[in-house]
Write a new protein. Structure first.
Length: 550
């Protein structure tokens, strides 16, 4: 009660916000306090929520997270639509920008404001009693899915453990394993339990937790000592959970921050420790930065045997579906501030360009939408966000994507430099040599030069190229097939825009092929046959160019 009163006091002091009610949600290793405020105070409260949380850190023992929600109000008539004469200058658009900016990233500390799952990101799948590897590019919704899954399993009475690997990226594989086990044991001990506290089973978990913490407290964790604890953990968990009767869901986020060389050993130890104990692993990572199985000697999680794979990437292979999904997310945010139609803010062409500019990555789409609104506001009397606003902010995003690439690959020595060299060669090939922003890679090349192809895959995962079609038949050589890719818009838009280059555009859910500042009419890929014809005209990128970079 003291903490709840303190939260209300801090909101009042920092922003003059009156908290109408508080809801406490207790998780295994943290407590969330949901503060409900009047709609008029919502954005002021959101802006100081992190400061309130920081001020609480020295006053409470357990990690306490502060979340702001709008208090329930009696139903009111739908708000008046945005004045068409105002467009982006309507005050509700400013509220939308603030809301998206505050909630564009999801973590264990902040639940989703809007969550729209698509068929591949089924909550029923990821909350099943099965180990899962959840793959997706940065911003694809991995953390969002894990947070929703955690909330669902806890609401259903099961137990959830959460470990974010980013904070452990400089630790050894043995110590990362110990941290994961420590989080699991803490989640058991802090939850309501069906095992008597005086029982030997409860004591064994308590003693094991203390032993794990002692190992973590030492300057280094001896490999042999850590390996010896694996069967002890497995037996203790199996015995305990057989009596408790519930399941434990172990959520491990941002696993790609660990070097690929270490990943199989970590997964192997964690998997061995939770076998036959009703404990289920849910691991989020970027596919091509993850080495989840090593055949010789066998280590890790074998897909199809030990774990199922879930792919969250909404790609440009289904442009119409991507457009519907992404606009649905943006519209749900808009409705939160009383905007009922995106056409009051964006022209149709700008919404289409956002899909292309984001490569169908949800977070990129939302961030670019906000940046494009800000750009439009700087254009004097601009009423709606236009295509050029999106082009400009897409070009401006190039540097931040390179920084993210370097951060993502920091755990793998030399990986960032190799990937940047690949990007440089690919840009030179596409823009300087061939004047195309899209290109083909042959299946035979992909199979015979797997190392070189992995460099392209790294660019795909960090959203610097995008897959357009995974199977394009060759027009001249029978039986030949290709994958079609396009450069990210950040690599040739904005200040980087080149003239007289062949680009892919997007209109009404379909691709177009056109030449910048060209006189010929754009070719529409309205049918599969028309799109294949467009893609066949693209130049073929020979992976042998990357042999020296692999």
């Amino acid at each position: 009660k003291h903490v709840e009163a303190r939260v209300a006091e801090l909101f009042s002091q920092l922003s003059g916000t009156r908290v109408s009610s508080l809801e406490v949600k207790r998780y295994p290793d943290e407590t969330s306090i949901v503060a409900y405020v009047d709609e008029a105070d919502f954005f002021n409260a959101v802006e100081v929520a992190e400061q309130v949380q920081t001020m609480l850190e020295g006053e409470v023992e357990q990690t306490t997270l502060v979340v702001v929600r709008k208090a329930s109000t009696p139903s009111v008539p739908n708000p008046e639509p945005i004045d068409r004469r105002l467009g982006v200058r309507d005050e509700r658009v400013a509220e939308l920008v603030r809301l998206i900016s505050a909630r564009s990233r999801v973590s264990s500390a902040a639940s989703n404001l809007v969550y729209l799952p698509d068929s591949r990101a089924s909550l029923s799948a990821v909350t099943a009693a099965r180990h899962h590897l959840v793959f997706g590019r940065r911003g694809a919704g991995k953390s969002a899915l894990l947070v929703e899954a955690r909330n669902r399993v806890v609401a259903g009475g099961d137990i959830a453990s959460w470990t974010n690997i980013q904070t452990l990226r400089r630790e050894s594989s043995e110590r990362i394993f110990l941290y994961v086990i420590s989080d699991i044991l803490r989640s058991l001990l802090s939850s309501r339990t069906n095992v008597p506290a005086k029982s030997s089973l409860y004591s064994s978990i308590t003693e094991l937790g203390a032993h794990v913490n002692d190992l973590l407290a030492s300057d280094s964790s001896d490999t042999v000592r850590v390996e010896r604890i694996v069967p002890r953990v497995q037996r203790a968990l199996s015995d305990y959970m057989s009596v408790d009767g519930r399941s434990v869901y172990v959520f491990i986020d941002d696993f790609y921050y660990v070097s690929r060389a270490m990943q199989p050993a970590i997964l192997d130890m964690v998997h061995a420790a939770v076998r036959d104990s009703n404990v289920w692993l849910k691991i989020a990572s970027i596919r091509h930065l993850t080495n989840w199985w090593q055949a010789a000697p066998p280590l890790g999680l074998q897909s199809g045997q030990d774990a199922d794979l879930i792919d969250l990437d909404v790609t440009l292979q289904d442009p119409e579906g991507a457009s519907t999904f992404l606009e649905g997310i943006l519209l749900e945010y808009a409705r939160q501030v009383g905007v009922g139609s995106l056409s009051r803010i964006f022209n149709r062409a700008a919404l289409d360009r956002l899909v292309l500019a984001s490569g169908a990555v949800p977070r990129d789409y939302m961030v670019l939408a906000v940046s494009a609104i800000a750009r439009a506001l700087r254009r004097g009397n601009a009423r709606l966000v236009g295509v050029q606003d999106v082009n400009q902010v897409a070009g401006d995003a190039a540097n931040s994507k390179i920084q993210e690439l370097e951060e993502d690959m920091a755990a793998n020595e030399g990986a960032a430099a190799r990937t940047l060299a690949t990007l440089s060669d690919l840009r030179s090939f596409c823009l300087d040599e061939k004047a195309f922003t899209y290109f083909l890679v042959g299946y035979r090349d992909k199979e015979s030069l797997a190392t070189e192809y992995s460099l392209l895959a790294d660019l795909l995962d960090v959203r610097l190229i995008h897959l357009v079609d995974h199977s394009v038949s060759g027009g001249h050589e029978a039986g030949s097939r290709f994958e079609a890719f396009m450069l990210d818009l950040s690599q040739f838009s904005g200040s980087r825009l080149k003239q007289k280059i062949n680009v892919l555009d997007f209109d009404g859910g379909h691709f177009l092929a056109r030449q910048t500042r060209g006189v010929e009419a754009a070719k529409r890929g309205g049918t599969s046959r028309e799109l294949i014809a467009i893609l066949r005209a693209a130049p073929t990128y020979e992976l042998s160019r990357l042999s020296e970079k692999g």
